[in-house]
Design a protein around this ligand. Structure first.
Ligand code: FES
Length: 353
């Protein structure tokens, strides 16, 4: 038997194996490889008449396939396109289309069934074991490959011709640059666009979509407002500005706020955070009043509003940026400054506003 010939199960030795029982430090116990269970022979393997019967069954399937294909061919040429027939549950269909479909379908079906029956009843039926061959090449093959490479380098003369070596290196190095330069055509970096939103110091917070200014006294503990900067309806690129400037406004009990910076950037427990998820930018719209968690519906990132909206679950990598707020003379909530970092996905992490 050659190296690549699969061994029959009866040829395979059944070595003894040594294993330690789980949870014990006892010496390994030897046990015998049980091998495969006894192979049950099929009727066609032991009875020539059964084999002949199976052969006739397979031939019958293939014959049915031929008949079905003939139905297809005859209907294609001989059946008029104008003839219709009523099929229950479907309605009126063209007779030719029906026969073409049935002929083709049964032609394929009987070939498949015949082949399966043939394989199951008449083709060789023995389990075989094929040992995996080693993937590593032999030492000679590896040495020969290294030698070939060295010969190639030597015959090219590159070691003796430094000028060619240097210019080839330069040419190959420069060749990659056009592909990098072409990346500019993909447009401005998202980081640049997300670094600037409409928010400015003194700009009033207005409810979305009513665009009504919000007084601090309107925001009760547990309530949430979807907020835009005042004047959002007057800008030209309204869609882009709305997408970047969206903010969620919530009032917490000041004692629940754990971060001094968050308390300082808020107003009497009212805090404002960017609504754009720092994962890939979905709107974070679900606020759990009991836990003070903000949830992003896209990939379930969860932010803790009591602690700088830090990420406590999910794929987002950084907290939601906070918008510092205060109130003006009339008691309306206003931004104290623009966002101090880029809103949205994490990749543009630089100093931003
Ligand atoms: S965009 Fe929010 S978790 Fe993915």
């Amino acid at each position: 038997m050659s190296d690549t010939t699969p061994a029959r199960t009866s040829d395979v030795p059944t070595p003894e194996r040594a294993v330690a029982l789980p949870g014990t430090t006892a010496a390994p116990t030897l046990f015998e490889n049980p091998g495969l269970p006894p192979h049950p022979h099929r009727m066609a393997d032991v009875d020539p008449r059964a084999a002949k019967r199976a052969e006739r069954q397979v031939a019958a399937m293939f014959t049915l396939s031929m008949l079905a294909t003939l139905v297809f061919l005859v209907s294609y040429f001989a059946v008029s396109m104008d003839q219709a027939v009523y099929v229950p549950f479907i309605g009126a269909v063209r007779l030719q289309h029906l026969l073409l479909g049935l002929g083709l379908g049964f032609g394929l079906f009987f070939i498949g069934v015949g082949a399966i029956h043939w394989a199951k009843t008449l083709m060789p039926d023995e389990e075989v074991v094929e040992e995996r061959h080693q993937l590593r090449s032999s030492d000679q093959t590896r040495e020969a490959a290294v030698e070939t490479l060295q010969e190639g380098a030597e015959s090219s003369g590159i070691a003796r011709r430094p000028l060619i070596k240097a210019t080839l290196g330069g040419a190959l190095g420069l060749f990659g640059l056009p592909f990098i330069v072409a990346l500019r055509d993909l447009g401005p970096l998202p980081g640049d666009r997300l670094s600037h939103t409409m928010w400015k110091a003194g700009m009033r917070l207005v409810s979305d979509p009513e665009l009504a200014p919000i007084k601090a006294s309107d925001v009760t503990v547990g309530s949430v407002f979807h907020v835009m900067p005042e004047g959002i309806d007057k800008v030209e690129d309204i869609l882009e500005q709305r997408a970047k400037a969206a903010v969620l406004l919530m009032r917490l009990n000041p004692n629940d706020i754990k971060s001094a910076k968050e308390r300082d950037w808020g107003y009497e427990g009212i805090v404002a955070y960017s609504k754009i998820c720092t994962h890939v930018g979905c709107p974070v719209g679900l606020y759990e009043q009991q836990t003070h968690h903000l949830l992003c519906p896209c990939h379930q990132s969860t932010f803790d509003v009591t602690e700088d909206a830090k990420v406590i679950f999910g794929p987002a990598h950084r907290p939601l940026p906070q918008l510092a707020i205060t109130v003006n003379d009339e008691g309306y909530l206003v931004a104290r400054q623009p966002f101090q970092e880029a809103v949205g996905p994490s990749f543009p992490e630089r100093g931003h506003r």
